[in-house]
Design a binder for this molecule. Structure first.
Ligand code: AMP
Length: 284
């Protein structure tokens, strides 16, 4: 069945209110659209655990830098509605930019420190935009649970911190990264890769797996492993390394030698298309 499509806040609130009147718990999956199997896995998790599933599609302008791909970000709305319907979405919230950011909007959420490293150092202001829109969406939807992908590991860490610091009463669920058969993490941006770039893009996952294997064999030097990542990317035609990092999964700060929960994170550009991937490892 097609979901109810709400463009207006009043329609969204009424839909959630009616579901609550019926005693249903509310699950929420925030997205920027161009939905794929990764998003579908989040909707499925929400479907399994909650009685009323809300998906939002909003390409959030304030999380894009001035030279980023806001204008060309894919927006296949009808296809997205079909995927939402297939996965059993009850309500699809698809607001206009002016609906979330009316004239005079001037508040922002900052998660200092965590927001400034990795993606944050390559994309200044990105996580201010993410935290701000996520808190707004939580206030609008007021879900019991919200579902995020491990694909955006730093985003998950920042949202969890924001929830804790601001006492936001939503349970955050983190779902595993969905990959193509050859390991490439699904992303709405993969459609921009040409045939050669698509082929070479598997280097992200391949080099992450190589580094994981080295850790399992006993390697503990972050600098040695970072060099492995860097060399693999440098040796790949068309790839340009943005960053390769091994950080403490909690603080997101570099850790050397490796111990505890470690996040290995990569950002690589193929032409104008920027891809990210990561692995989370408990160092034995
Ligand atoms: P986006 O539409 O890119 O903002 O992503 C919306 C949500 O889907 C975020 O929580 C992402 O982490 C998650 N997501 C995106 N790609 C994947 C993937 N390949 N596997 C799992 N979750 C994903």
């Amino acid at each position: 069945m097609n979901p109810v499509v709400a463009h207006a806040i009043t329609t969204l609130r009424q839909g959630v209110h009616d579901a609550r009147q019926r005693g249903l718990t509310v699950g929420f999956v925030p997205t920027m659209g161009a939905l794929h199997e990764g998003h579908a896995s989040l909707i499925r998790a929400a479907r399994k655990e909650t009685g009323f599933v809300v998906v939002s599609i909003f390409v959030n302008p304030i999380q894009f830098g001035p030279h980023e791909d806001l204008a060309r970000y894919p927006r296949p709305f009808d296809k997205d509605v079909a995927l939402c319907a297939e996965e059993g979405t009850d309500l699809l919230f698809a607001p206009q930019v002016e609906t979330l950011y009316p004239q005079g909007f001037c508040t922002a959420v900052e998660v200092s420190g965590l927001q400034d490293v990795l993606e944050g150092s390559s994309r200044p202001g990105h996580f201010r935009g993410v935290a701000t829109v996520v808190l707004k969406l939580f206030n609008l939807v007021s879900p019991d649970r919200a579902y995020f992908g491990q694909k955006d590991a730093q985003q998950v860490r920042i949202i969890q911190q924001m929830m804790r610091d601001l006492d936001v009463p939503v349970q955050v669920r983190v779902c595993p990264i969905v990959r193509e058969a050859d390991g490439l993490a699904l992303s709405s941006r993969n459609v921009f890769l040409d045939e050669a770039q698509r082929k070479h893009a598997t280097v992200l996952y391949r080099s992450l797996v190589e580094v994981r294997a080295a850790i399992e064999r006993g390697e503990r030097s972050a600098s040695v492993l970072q060099r492995v990542l860097t060399e693999r990317i440098k040796a790949t035609p068309g790839a340009s390394l943005d960053y390769a990092a091994l950080v403490d999964a909690d603080s997101l700060q570099p850790i050397d030698p490796l111990r505890g929960q470690v996040l290995i994170a990569l950002a690589v550009k193929f032409g104008a298309t920027r891809l990210i991937d990561n692995l989370l490892i408990q160092v034995p």
